[in-house]
Design a protein around this ligand. Structure first.
Ligand code: PGA
Length: 254
């Protein structure tokens, strides 16, 4: 049985005041979410701050990126060990915004996965195709090559401690989620890739969907057999919406 998992990707949003309001608004509703893991991923400067606010709750902490390097003269970068030090257990890696805006390659992302795991952080590894690739029926080829680079780099056993998020680029922040059929097909495809290497790992692997998950479509997405939860951007910034999505994942996956 896979425990449902939901992660909030706050992206570059928030300040002390809005974070106080958001966490305060989540505390009470999330007391009823005991059967799903809930992770919040704020921007770097607020990690410690959020970690303090969530102390008495069942929310855990994640970051939105980490360096592939361990330590040294890398101005502006943040290492996996620093994230661990301030209370993170998870880190989003390979988000399409970083692939596109920061020119992150599959190889760099694979190195980041390794760096994160060496500090006992669980990577939430994002994969997904652009609109152009989707329209050319290249989804599977893109997702396979993104995953294969990581498998080649860290080995299949590392997937005991990796969460995958399928996020079609064209669905992120557009209000246009992929259809349930597309989502299930791609999730099944991902699980099959891992099954071919190791069935036991594939059966346990959490595969999240991300891309315009909202309160109105959460249930139909989370009820799909190979969807184990979600990576939520815009809808995670409102406590009522995000807690509603957390309940949906718990109800549909347990
Ligand atoms: P969205 O973002 O929910 O706003 O579409 C998801 C993501 O980028 O992780």
């Amino acid at each position: 049985m896979r425990k449902p998992f939901i992660a909030a990707n706050w992206k570059m949003h928030g300040n002390v005041q809005s974070i106080n309001t958001l966490i305060e608004g989540l505390k009470q509703p999330l007391t009823g979410v005991n059967e799903a893991s809930v992770v919040i991923c704020p921007s770097f400067p607020y990690l410690s701050y959020v970690n303090n606010l969530i102390k008495e709750t069942n929310i855990t902490l994640g970051a939105q990126d980490c360096s592939d390097q361990q330590e040294g003269a890398f101005t502006g970068q943040v290492s996996a060990s620093m994230l661990k030090d301030v209370g993170c257990n998870f880190v989003i890696l390979g988000h399409s915004e970083r692939r596109a805006l920061c020119q992150e390659t599959d190889t760099l992302i694979a190195e980041k996965v390794q760096a994160a795991q060496s500090e006992d952080l669980t990577p939430i590894l994002c994969v997904g195709e652009t609109l152009e690739a989707f329209e050319q029926n290249q989804t599977q080829a893109v997702v396979l090559s993104q995953l294969q680079t990581v498998i080649d780099h860290v080995g299949i056993d590392a997937f005991n401690n990796i969460i995958i998020a399928y996020e079609p680029v064209w669905a992120i922040g557009t209000g246009k989620a992929a259809t349930p059929k597309t989502i299930q097909d791609v999730h099944q495809f991902i699980r099959n890739i891992i099954t071919q290497k190791n069935k036991e790992i594939a059966d346990k692997l959490l595969i999240l969907y991300g891309g315009s998950v909202k309160i109105h479509n959460a249930k139909e997405i989370f009820m799909l057999p190979d969807v184990d939860g979600g990576l939520i951007g815009g809808a995670s910034l409102d406590p009522r919406t995000f807690s509603g999505i957390c309940y949906a994942v718990q109800e549909e996956n347990t």
